[in-house]
Write a protein that binds this ligand. Structure first.
Ligand SMILES: *Cc1c(COP(=O)(O)O)cnc(C)c1O
Length: 407
């Protein structure tokens, strides 16, 4: 006999997922309505408007792709890239590699510019590669959680526009906690997810698509057999058919647009959740939410340093909402993570690739970008580290964080 769902109480202080805001979970327990119910249409339109504010854009095409953040990334790349198209990917961590992998599956010709983990990519390097490669798309991550770095994007946008290249950005890790100005920075397609600074569960991928990208995607719109109506007859695709039905942004735009053309069955419960995430953020104010992430991120940074730990990477370019901490010599990283979880119910993150076993990643994002969450995590980490034989400054973590809050 299985028991009802009753997960252990946890505080998720890793790089995501984080604890969902209770208001989001309550919204997700609301009843369902039909796909074409006017109430549903109204909620979908409100959700589009809310995410325009979150993405700082006027883009009409701003909606949700059903699926985790990766569904948004794949939808963007498979809808923009035709086989043989050239794409340039600046790689500064794990998620840059993910973009290259997805672009390869789109059968694009993939070029990269790479920098060591812990750094961001200089704009000159990207411009030089654009001139050399002449790509159709520049595809980048804003915040790469694997390294905690936050790539400055304004210069990328200016360069992409000047060379007539489309710019795609994955902002899953950074949106809501770090500045992101879709229109002002000339970003053509931006995608995200809920489970980082937006304070929701994973499973919905907000996306915004600017006019230049809409044109490219619309040119590839092939009508699905059996659902064409009179209005469709005039559409003559000029590009090759998008290699995914589920993630075909031409169809998904028509589905969210005024004609509400049938595509998938909306994941209504995720829509309720995604709408509430954006509503909470807009209610707080985007600049205020970013400032809150900056404050608690700074307190956590000061706190781990106050314990005598060292921080990984170029701190000047660190995302506000996550810090990578060197595991001290002689300490086994996973033993500390296990003790944090088992003794205190707190989850902190491990790392991938070149950083595996070398750093922990501690997040302060979304619902958990709070004073009590920061102070509790630091107090418990001190206890666990001491028990594992590390030399830590007594009270140094909480003390340094409190100084940040006091100033
Ligand atoms: C966390 C994260 C994702 C997560 O993708 P999922 O499909 O939701 O697991 C994607 N991109 C970046 C940059 C991330 O940090």
């Amino acid at each position: 006999m299985s028991l009802p769902i009753n997960p252990p109480p946890r505080m998720l202080m890793g790089p995501g997922p984080i604890d969902a805001d209770p208001r989001v979970l309550r919204a997700m327990s609301a009843a369902l309505v039909g796909q074409y119910d006017p109430a549903m249409t109204a909620y979908m339109n409100e959700t589009m408007a809310l995410y325009r504010t979150v993405f700082a854009t006027e883009n009409e095409q701003t909606f949700l792709v059903d699926g985790t953040s990766r569904a948004g990334i794949e939808a963007a790349l498979v809808s923009l890239l035709e086989p043989g198209d050239r794409v340039l990917v600046p790689v500064f961590g794990r998620f840059g590699h993910l973009l290259t992998e997805i672009a390869e599956r789109c059968r694009a010709e993939v070029h990269t510019v790479e920098v060591p983990w812990g750094e961001v990519v200089p704009a000159e390097l990207v411009e030089e590669a654009i001139v050399r490669v002449r790509p159709k798309v520049l595809a980048t991550v804003q915040g790469d959680t694997s390294t905690t770095m936050c790539q400055p994007l304004a210069a990328f946008g200016e360069i992409a526009r000047r060379h007539d290249v489309l710019l795609y950005v994955d902002t899953t890790a950074s949106l809501g906690g770090n500045e992101l100005l879709t229109d002002a920075w000339h970003l053509d397609v931006v995608t995200a997810g809920l489970q980082k600074c937006l304070g929701g569960p994973s499973g919905s991928a907000p996306i915004t698509i600017g006019p230049r990208a809409v044109e490219v995607i619309e040119a590839r719109r092939h009508i699905e057999a059996g659902i064409a109506d009179a209005g469709d007859a005039a559409d003559t695709p000029r590009g090759s058919r998008i290699a995914s039905n589920y993630l075909d942004l031409a169809q998904i735009m028509a589905y969210w647009g005024p004609r509400r053309l049938n595509h998938h069955t909306e994941a209504t419960t995720m829509l309720w959740g995604a709408r509430e995430c954006a509503r909470i953020l807009v209610e707080e104010g985007i600049p205020q939410a970013i400032e809150r992430h900056r404050l608690h991120g700074e307190a956590m940074l000061a706190g781990v340093r106050g314990l005598g730990l060292e921080v990984f990477g170029d701190v000047a370019h660190k995302m506000t909402n996550v810090v990578a901490v060197h595991i001290p010599d002689g300490v086994v990283g996973d033993r500390v993570r296990t003790a944090m979880l088992e003794d205190f119910g707190i989850e902190i993150g491990t790392s991938f690739g070149p950083l595996h076993g070398k750093v922990w990643r501690i997040g302060t994002m979304g619902y958990n970008a709070r004073t009590d969450a920061v102070l509790t995590t630091l107090a418990c980490l001190e206890q666990v580290l001491r028990a594992e034989g590390a030399s830590v400054t007594a009270g140094g973590g909480v003390g340094a964080a409190r100084e940040v809050y006091a100033s």
